[in-house]
Design a protein around this ligand. Structure first.
Ligand SMILES: Nc1nc2c(c(=O)[nH]1)N[C@H]1C(S)=C(S)[C@@H](COP(=O)(O)O)O[C@H]1N2
Ligand SMILES: [Mo]
Length: 522
């Protein structure tokens, strides 16, 4: 016990602590100075994104499964612990061999600089905060280690070390380390707050007036909503729309600075500003988006009215060359999606969207511009904060998730869902309203059937169909007898194909199988 206590008071433990404080200073100074540079170059977030990039897929899956929507907080805790551990080692190494310590700090600085400058839309000048942070970290490490050399001879004091009283050295060390750590905390917090305050993007979005569409969306027919109470609204309000992305913090793009570059296998490179979009003939249409990660029965799907420019028009100006079969769309934060070229050119009205349900895109749904492509899962089509379209070939380029084990293409699979009653619900015997949602974007839904326990499949009441690219709701009045019951559901799409009962995981190209909910009737 006393041994441990003595060890904790000795140079090895204290130099490890010095390493942690120095690492905190590197990050805090970088973050504070970074507040005066572009918001998307914030070093902590950039480092977090790099961390995500290097997290093995199994660990990522584990994190999402374990922490759910808190996975981003878990990432920062994990990143903090990893950095702290490395910083401990760095401190001890620096104490024993200063030159190695310098190399260690420079390496840490290089990793942060690399994280920052490899983010899309970042200028080389954005490396400045990380460089200054690194220098500050070096100075702090040197200053903190100095008093330690006056302590016990461990392993042996350098020739220039002044022998001193260990207790005094320790006091000096803790005073310096404490003050520095507190200053780092204040600097980091200040940097975050300052960065947020300097962002006027949310205000600019509020002030933005969307133009009227040249071609309005067809009126939503009466009767699209399921007769069963509790089925989600046919149009998903923006604040209830599911959100899926790899962005640690929502990218903040000034619409006036936004520019889309269309290049690659094209006759003519095209550049588009936000004003160009506002001035163009925009269309409006209802489209249901769906995430490939949606499990059977899941709710990673939403339906909205989008306002935007058909991507077809942009491609017409760029004139893709023969042999091109894919468009790789990239967001400002480096996400990318591979979309078949012909899908962006056919009449399904894939668009560069600027409006969602009559408002400018919410920041987290891609402000100022995102892609909306009917019929494809979001991971291969719905690029938010899009800034780059490269006309290319599937054989030549891979998108973000394709490089991580997901498919390169992602047509949406036919899916039916029971929304009420909820799985494991208890309902009173008698008439029970059963209802839900089904989708097969671009093919449409022509039939939904349910099977209760082992009875025959019965066709349910379909709500009105608005279009082939939106979901379709359904309802059924069930005469429920007491006991435990299973309700299974399946849909038939517009080609006449019945939804497969073959169970598949979301990876690599979307879940399949029939949902079954258990309901207790009392
Ligand atoms: N920039 C960017 N765009 C992105 C993603 C992303 O991670 N980054 N995720 C995609 C995925 S997987 C889906 S399902 C949709 C979700 O769009 P939403 O968040 O607006 O619902 O966005 C797509 N666009
Ligand atoms: Mo997704």
């Amino acid at each position: 016990m006393t041994k441990l206590r003595n060890w904790l008071k000795g140079p090895p433990a204290l130099s490890a602590l010095a390493g942690v404080v120095a690492a905190a200073v590197v990050l805090a100074v970088a973050e504070l100075v970074g507040a005066f540079f572009t918001a998307r170059a914030a070093p902590l977030l950039a480092l977090g994104s790099t961390f995500i990039d290097f997290t093995p897929p199994w660990l990522k899956d584990f994190a999402i499964a374990t922490f759910g929507t808190n996975d981003k907080a878990a990432l920062f805790v994990g990143m903090g612990l990893t950095i702290a551990l490395l910083a401990c080692v760095l401190g001890v190494v620096a104490y024993r061999r200063w030159a190695l310590g310098v190399l260690g700090v420079l390496f840490m600085g290089a990793v942060i600089v690399a994280s920052v400058v490899t983010r899309a839309g970042v200028e080389p000048i954005d490396a400045v905060p990380s460089v200054l942070g690194t220098l500050a970290g070096l100075v702090v490490l040197r200053r903190l280690l100095a008093p330690l050399h006056g302590m016990k001879q461990w392993p042996e004091a350098p020739a220039d070390a002044a022998p001193g009283n260990p207790a005094t050295s320790r006091r000096r060390f803790f005073a310096a380390a404490g003050i520095t750590a507190a200053a780092a905390g204040i600097a980091a917090t200040g940097g975050r707050l300052l960065g947020a305050a300097r962002s006027n993007i949310a205000k600019a979005r509020e002030a933005l007036q969307l133009p009227a569409p040249a071609k309005a969306a067809p009126a939503v027919p009466a009767g699209v909503q399921s007769a069963a109470a509790g089925v989600p609204p046919w149009i998903t309000p923006n604040n209830e729309f599911y959100r899926i992305d790899t962005a640690l913090s929502v990218p903040e793009i000034n619409a006036e600075d936004w520019e889309l570059r269309v290049h690659g296998l094209v006759e003519e490179e095209v550049r588009l500003t936000f004003q160009d979009l506002l001035d163009a003939d925009l269309i409006e249409s209802h489209v249901t988006l769906t995430c490939v990660s949606n499990p059977v029965g899941g709710n990673l799907a939403g339906n909205a009215k989008w306002l935007g420019l058909p991507i077809r028009e942009v491609l017409r100006r760029a004139r893709p060359k023969d042999g091109a079969d894919m468009v790789l769309s990239t967001s400002i934060d480096g996400f990318s999606a591979s979309t078949p070229l012909e899908v962006l050119q056919d009449d399904r009205d894939a668009m560069l969207a600027i409006g969602m349900n009559g408002e400018p895109l919410p920041l987290e749904h891609g402000y100022p511009v995102r892609m909306v492509v009917p019929g494809l899962y979001g991971f291969v089509s719905a690029t938010k904060w899009v800034v780059d379209l490269e006309v290319t070939r599937f054989a030549d380029s891979k998108a973000y998730w394709t490089e991580r084990g997901w498919s390169e293409r992602g047509p949406i699979k036919t899916m039916a869902r029971v929304d009420v009653p909820k799985s494991f619900a208890k309902v009173p015997a008698g008439k029970v309203a059963v209802g839900g949602t089904a989708w097969a974007q671009t093919r449409g839904i022509t039939k939904v059937e349910i099977q209760i326990d082992n009875a025959d499949w019965v066709e349910v009441e379909l709500s009105t169909e608005a279009s082939l690219v939106t979901w379709r709701q359904w309802s059924y009045e069930w005469d429920a007898a007491p006991g435990a019951h299973y309700i299974k559901v399946r849909a038939t799409d517009g080609t006449g194909e019945v939804q497969t009962d073959q169970r598949a995981d979301p990876v690599p190209d979307g879940a399949s199988g029939w949902q079954s909910v258990m309901v207790t009737v009392e």
